[in-house]
Design a protein around this ligand. Structure first.
Ligand code: NAI
Length: 365
């Protein structure tokens, strides 16, 4: 099996060009890795390429573009594709493209590719290039077990023995996603966090038959593109991030339902309180720092924690009068029409970009 660095140079086929597929494409390009973006709906690919161009231009203008390459250089690394076999096999072609990109001929092709940013150009360009091994495939189709299983069965028939197949699934177990595949040792979940361009965490979740090298290679690739991978040692429903998130949402809901705190103030408890430190240190380090070390914290606070935890109620229904109440409160702050939601997301992303800059200054990697 190729080393992480050399195999990463082989390019990545991104399958599904919605929200997450676009983000992966931008992140891989930021790391200098060629991308082939495929979608069952070719209009989605065209839209994704347009969207990526706009995003990268804005990011470059605001000084927030990731990676060492210019926006144009990164854009030239991303190609659309309307045929899945071509996307997977075509990812192999891209490596040669990159290897010779210093040469005049390929520079010319690169320029042409950037100009022809459509799904059709690859049909012409790809046969000109020769084959080499891709790093792998990042699946980003909707969260539907059957749909993903069908897609993996198809990919299993055309992938070779040296690529990694990762799924972006938020909560489907890898043992279910990849069951029965011939290449299952090369498969894992690499779960990003929305918005992936601005939130670097990626949960790497193997199933019992995933080869350790598959996880290692993916970990190395994620580091290479500037993401922060964590290894989930064994699969569990919700992985780690959503289990923590759901625990917080669940208690937040109960506190509002029981009239302990208003929805607006509940959000402030996180954004002005816990969240301030969680961007820099996790809950375990918080314990360690909030006393004279972890054991001291357990000594001092474990009885109180257990007493409070025993009062936690059952799983909320997330419906009915409480859902109405929370909805109304949220709409006062952010009306739920597309324009207001989009504006607030843009504001959130700008905040995240500034936070990322601050984090890179105070805790250099
Ligand atoms: P999306 O709905 O924005 O995009 C899905 C894309 O897949 C669409 O462009 C669709 O045309 C395409 N597609 C459907 N069937 C296909 C097929 N057979 N072959 C190729 N393309 C196909 O979905 P989104 O939000 O990008 O989610 C993708 C995955 O990422 C899901 O598994 C989701 O759970 C996961 N995820 C989503 C997050 C989010 O916040 N949206 C966060 C982290 C993970």
């Amino acid at each position: 099996m190729a080393s992480p660095e050399s195999s990463a140079a082989g390019g990545v086929a991104v399958i599904g060009s919605g929200l997450i597929g676009r983000s992966w494409a931008m992140l891989f390009a930021a790391g200098g890795i060629p991308v082939r973006l495929y979608d069952v709906d070719p209009r989605q690919v065209t839209g994704a390429l347009d969207n990526i161009r706009k995003e990268m231009t804005l990011l470059a203008q605001s000084g927030s573009l990731k990676g060492a390459l210019s926006a144009e250089e990164q854009l030239s690394l991303i190609g659309g594709c309307s045929d899945i076999r071509e996307a997977v096999e075509g990812a192999m072609h891209i490596q040669l493209f990159q290897v010779f990109s210093a040469g005049g001929l390929v520079q010319t092709i690169q320029f042409t590719v950037a100009k022809w940013n459509t799904v059709y150009k690859w049909v012409f360009v790809c046969p000109l290039l020769c084959s080499a091994g891709p790093w792998g495939m990042a699946e980003c189709v909707p969260e539907d077990l059957e749909l993903k299983q069908q897609l993996f069965a198809q990919l299993d028939g055309i992938m070779d023995d040296d690529v990694v197949l990762s799924s972006s699934s938020s909560c489907l177990l890898p043992s279910k996603l990849f069951a029965g595949l011939a290449h299952r040792k090369q498969c894992l979940v690499a779960h990003p966090v929305n918005p992936p361009y601005h939130v670097p965490l990626v949960e790497l979740v193997p199933h019992p038959e995933t080869a350790p090298a598959t996880v290692d290679r993916t970990h190395a690739l994620m580091r290479k593109i500037g993401q922060s991978p964590v290894r989930i040692m064994k699969e569990i429903d919700g992985f780690a991030l959503n289990r923590l998130q759901y625990a917080v949402i669940s208690e937040a809901w109960r506190l509002v339902e029981e009239g302990v705190v208003s929805p607006g103030d509940l959000d402030l408890v996180m954004s002005e309180g816990l969240g301030m430190r969680y961007a820099f240190i996790g809950p375990l380090e918080t314990m360690h720092l909030n006393a004279e070390g972890m054991l001291s914290y357990c000594d001092r606070y474990s009885e109180g924690m257990k007493r409070v935890l025993k009062t936690f109620g059952p799983i909320p229904e997330f419906s009915g009068a409480t859902a109405e109440k929370v909805h109304q409160a949220m709409c006062v702050k952010v009306p739920d029409d597309p324009a207001h939601l989009a504006a607030r997301r843009e504001w959130r992303d700008r905040c995240l970009m500034r936070l990322a800059k601050l984090k890179s200054q105070v805790q250099p990697q």
